[in-house]
Ligand binder design. Structure first.
Ligand code: NAI
Length: 632
């Protein structure tokens, strides 16, 4: 790293290096037991604001606040402990940079050294590089005033203090208020960066050389090493279809800009909205086509906050280097619980009795009503849902049989059936939990219903195409099947406004639910948290574990290394080319992972040396490269 490229950096303290105004925090502390606490705290905050906006001369703003506060030394000690917890996120994440460059970083503030010093040290910066006011305390450590000679007590004091530093070369100021701007206006700094991470003061923004949402953006501007290769505040996540607030807050906590909307977007609308988007969150209704992806120049990943991914052109996403994640397990438990409840309801003909009673008909009878204990439950599809249902059903005393096209480990005492026919012939209740592959269309049709035991019960909470519903209606009418629960349908209404039609309407002992097997608040929250975690992990580490379309790699956290992420079309010889380039530049490889799928190859290389632009250019121009990304 060429050290001359790093300017001298002057950083403001209140609302810049820390998230808050220190004197406002001090007010909350000093007046914590005061009967007029609220009023006094608000008064201090109002004076701070007037000063920062340049509406009140600084000298007056400081003096009137201190006259009200009169802090003792003990209050100041407590205050610095509080402020250490309130360091602005982007400075805290880049504390390695701050520590490494502590000699060229100055904190210039009209606050007070007594509480700024400990916070600055906590960040690895030099307390000697702080220019601020000082308190005067009595022998009993009570407030006696401020050191009057200090220029920082006065209006325009920051410029005087900076002048005193006698800095040579490029000097830049990062701050949020008018007093920071004054340093550049006095000709003592080349540039003023207005930081909006904590506050936005419009009057200040207008005169800034650049408005930055985080310290990362400053580092990015100067091509300085930062914690992440791309400023997090420049990452925009667009979340559609009312994705759960858990996802919004998880992505916001990472420092991303989040735009959340409750509706789906059509292809054209999405193509127009997607240009600046780095992360896209959808549910089942938004279609991600190649036309959309073509416009998505910045898109790194798509999070499907649901189970299915048919709404996404996965091949096109891979070809354009966009990683896709979904939430395959987050609502498993919800489906299992509903299936269990329905099995009991159907075996007891509960809904039928309830509907009659709603009509005023008292029909007390045990006919056709059974316990589930000791009954044979046949589970078709022993995946996430099927296998969990197997365990809970056994706990209710049911005998579990299952059939899966793949050889699956039987859980508990469950018995494996060699064929679907065998399962259908032997079970009292058949429940379907297969996936939606094309060959599963009409897996249960007239022939299969025929094979089932007389009086058996059928449940489908998997996919609408799996059961031939008119054949089922026939079998129910004929009394061959005693009851059914159907949650998914070949044609489902697109919205709650559209009417639902089916051959099964009005049939006794048939439970119909509008595809709500997985719809619980817990599941929605789990999905929101899970998918957003996957997106963040991919941005921060390059990890693709459980991605739907990328080769899956689970990566260790990056420690003191640079990580090069290279995605390419899966053709032979790319790894050798990558390593050839690194060897030619004498870059040592600390760790390397390669994984491929049919379409793409993903190589992750951790290197211990600063690389230069040339290396990046050479790696990016290896033929068949789809995307190349660097993490620090
Ligand atoms: P999964 O992929 O873990 O399990 C599916 C299992 O079915 C696999 O083990 C697979 O080998 C097996 N399979 C596929 N075709 C088969 C066949 N013809 N015969 C026997 N076994 C077959 O899926 P998971 O998470 O257990 O979900 C199961 C189904 O439930 C999926 O279709 C999913 O879309 C649906 N689902 C429905 C929800 C709802 O709201 N109703 C919510 C969540 C999932």
């Amino acid at each position: 790293m060429d050290m001359t490229a790093i300017p001298q950096i002057i950083i403001d303290f209140d609302s810049t290096l820390i998230q808050v105004e220190a004197l406002d925090e001090l007010a909350a502390l000093v007046f914590r037991r005061h009967p007029k606490r609220r009023q006094l705290v608000a008064q201090i905050a109002a004076i701070t604001k007037q000063g920062m906006e340049g509406k009140l001369p600084f000298e007056r703003s400081l003096q009137s606040r201190l006259d009200l506060l009169k802090p003792a030394r003990a209050d100041i000690l407590k205050l610095s402990a509080i402020l250490k917890q309130k360091v602005t996120s982007s400075f805290w994440r880049n504390r390695e940079f701050l520590r490494a460059n502590r000699d060229r970083i100055y904190i210039v503030s009209s606050g007070f050294e007594e509480y700024i010093g400990p916070v600055v040290e906590h960040l690895g910066l030099k307390p000697q590089n702080v220019r601020a006011n000082r308190f005067r305390f009595s022998a009993r450590q009570l407030y006696q005033g401020v050191e009057k000679k200090n220029p920082l007590t006065k209006t325009g004091g920051k410029a005087v203090a900076v002048k005193g530093l006698k800095l040579k070369g490029e000097v830049v100021v990062i701050g949020d208020g008018v007093t920071d701007l004054e340093i550049r206006e006095a000709g003592l700094a080349t540039k003023f960066f207005a930081l909006t991470e904590n506050v936005r003061r419009e009057s200040v923004l207008q005169s800034a050389d650049k408005v930055i949402k985080s310290f990362d953006e400053f580092l990015y501007e100067y091509r300085l090493p930062m914690r992440f290769s791309y400023p997090k505040s420049k990452i925009t996540a667009l979340l559609l279809e009312g994705v759960h607030p858990a996802a919004v807050s998880a992505l916001e906590a990472e420092g991303y800009g989040v735009i959340a909307a409750s509706d789906a977007l059509g292809e054209q609308e999405l193509a127009e909205a997607i240009e600046e988007v780095s992360l896209l969150g959808i549910r089942s209704k938004t279609k991600i086509t190649d036309k959309v992806l073509k416009r998505a120049k910045r898109l790194m990943a798509v999070g499907a906050f649901c189970i299915g991914t048919e709404q996404i052109d996965l091949a096109a996403a891979s070809a354009r280097g966009v990683c896709v994640f979904n939430a395959p397990f987050s609502n498993t438990r919800s489906v299992v619980e509903l299936a269990l409840g329905e099995i009991i309801m159907l075996m007891r003909r509960t809904f039928e009795a309830s509907v009659k009673l709603h009509q005023g008909v008292w029909h007390k009878s045990a006919a056709g009503s059974y316990e589930v204990r000791g009954k044979r439950l046949g589970i078709v599809g022993y995946g996430n849902i099927g296998s969990q249902l197997s365990i809970l059903a056994e706990n209710l005393g049911m005998e579990v049989y299952f059939y899966d096209v793949v050889d699956k480990l039987a859980l508990g005492n469950a018995r494996k059936c060699a064929t679907l026919d065998e399962l259908l012939k032997s079970c009292d209740i058949v429940t379907l939990h297969v996936d939606g592959r094309a060959s599963n269309r009409n897996l249960i049709a007239a022939k299969q219903l025929d094979l089932m035991r007389a009086g058996a019960i059928l449940l489908n909470l998997s996919r609408g195409t799996i059961v031939d519903l008119s054949a089922l209606a026939q079998a129910l009418k004929a009394g061959k099947i005693a009851g059914a629960s159907i949650d998914v349908f070949p044609r489902e209404p697109k919205s709650n406004k559209e009417r639902f039609e089916s051959d099964l309407l009005g049939m006794p002992n048939v439970i119909l639910t509008p595809h709500i097997g997985g719809s619980t608040l817990e599941a929605q929250e789990n999905i929101g948290a899970y998918v957003s975690r996957k997106l963040v992990e991919y941005v921060n580490t390059g990890g693709t574990f459980f991605s739907v379309n990328f080769p899956q790699i689970q990566l260790p956290a990056l420690e003191k290394a640079h990580r090069l992420l290279h995605l390419h079309r899966n053709v032979p010889g790319i790894l050798a080319k990558i390593n050839g380039i690194l060897a030619a530049h004498r870059i040592n490889i600390l760790g390397q992972h390669l994984k491929t799928n049919e379409q793409v190859g993903y190589v992750i290389t951790d290197v211990n040396k600063s690389y230069n632009k040339q290396v990046i250019e050479e790696l990016s121009s290896i033929p068949h490269t789809i995307k190349f990304r660097v993490l620090y």
